[in-house]
Ligand binder design. Structure first.
Ligand SMILES: [Fe+2]
Length: 345
């Protein structure tokens, strides 16, 4: 496995680059905007292909690199389903898997620092965001933070992982890089409380100043969605209503770009072909199934995904590859459902 812990000294943020092999797919957790060039250089040097960029929560102390990484690599942006970010390509809930080639992380919902805080668990390690820090825990006094919920996330979930589990947090300000669950249970001063009420009192008495970047970072991190209107202006977008009207047309093929797990959980457009976004270049290239479909049957391809981001990127890629009749459903299956479009289980 390739595992790199990357540090932004301005915000004290750790970002993590993961891949199962050289030449394979990569995932980055909690990237910082100012470091995007560095990440992309490293990804090139290690011969990786970035396919997912994930934030553990909506950050208040730095601007996320999610949007810039998506725009520069066409990777998928991922956050938890409770996030207030306007659009991310994929939203995960507890019990879901965050998967790339050769790696699958379990998603835990660990609110308390914010109400959109998630942790990601691999076999021997956990990415705890700002829920559990090394000898600390994330503050709970803004962004719908809640010390009571954080206590539950810590004692009910994270501290139940095996003691030897490595803890990789989103921040450290003291120079520590990694800990273990057992070590934190014993030596983290915030965890030496007797009850949830003790924890609430402890957290209420921290009186921390607001992060310097907060007034800039939070509004910016909420608005990270891809500009789907740019795709619409070029005439490549269908509103959900217009797409629903095309449903049974013989000259139209709906193509679902989501992963199998998303289809299973949220249903799909009846009769749609499944061609995951990760295989897009292959599928629209010479001899690819989507190119053959368009050529052989003169079908108009209508891409869709969860929220319209992957499909907007796919329609651009298809146009670039010469599939000029490709369109996409603006707002994805989410918009389709809101417009009362039919759903196949
Ligand atoms: Fe945070």
């Amino acid at each position: 496995m390739i595992f790199r812990q990357l540090f932004d000294s301005v915000s004290g943020t750790y970002s993590y680059l993961l891949a199962s092999r050289t030449g394979g797919e990569a995932l980055i957790v909690d990237p910082v905007l100012e470091k995007v060039d560095r990440y992309l250089q490293l990804i090139r040097e290690l011969d990786l292909r970035l396919v997912k960029a994930v934030d553990t929560h909506l950050h208040a102390d730095h601007i996320t690199g999610l949007g810039a990484l998506r725009d520069r690599t066409h990777c998928i942006t991922v956050m938890g389903e409770n996030t207030k970010a306007d659009v991310v390509s994929m939203r995960l809930a507890e019990g879901d898997k965050l998967a790339i080639e050769g790696l699958a992380l379990d998603v835990l919902y660990t609110p308390g620092h914010t109400d959109d805080s998630y942790s990601f668990v691999m076999a021997d390690r956990v990415f705890t965001g700002d829920t559990l820090l090394i000898r600390g825990t994330g503050r709970t006094d803004f962004q719908n933070g809640d010390a009571r919920m954080q206590y539950e996330s810590l004692f009910g979930k994270l501290l139940r992982l095996p003691d030897e589990t490595l803890v990789f947090p989103a921040h450290d300000y003291k120079g520590d890089t990694v800990s273990t669950i057992g070590e934190e249970k014993r030596y983290n001063p915030r965890l030496q409380v007797k009850s949830v009420d003790d924890y609430v009192v402890l957290m209420a008495n921290l009186h921390l100043p607001n992060p310097k970047m907060m007034d800039v970072a939070v509004p910016s991190n909420i608005k990270i969605g891809l500009h789907q209107q740019d795709v619409a202006k070029r005439g490549w977008a269908l509103t959900a209503d217009k797409a629903i009207a095309l449903l049974d047309r013989p000259d139209v093929a709906f193509v679902d770009l989501r992963e199998a797990g998303e289809r299973l959980k949220h249903g799909s457009i009846p009769g749609a072909l499944h061609a995951p976004y990760g295989d897009l270049q292959e599928n629209i290239g010479e001899g690819g199934i989507l190119r053959e479909l368009a050529r052989a049957s003169d079908k108009r391809i209508v891409f869709y995904c969860a929220f319209g981001e992957r499909s907007a990127m796919a329609v651009q890629a298809a146009q670039d590859a010469g599939l000029l009749a490709a369109l996409h459903v603006e707002g994805g299956l989410d918009a389709w459902k809101r417009a009362q479009g039919p759903i196949a289980p």
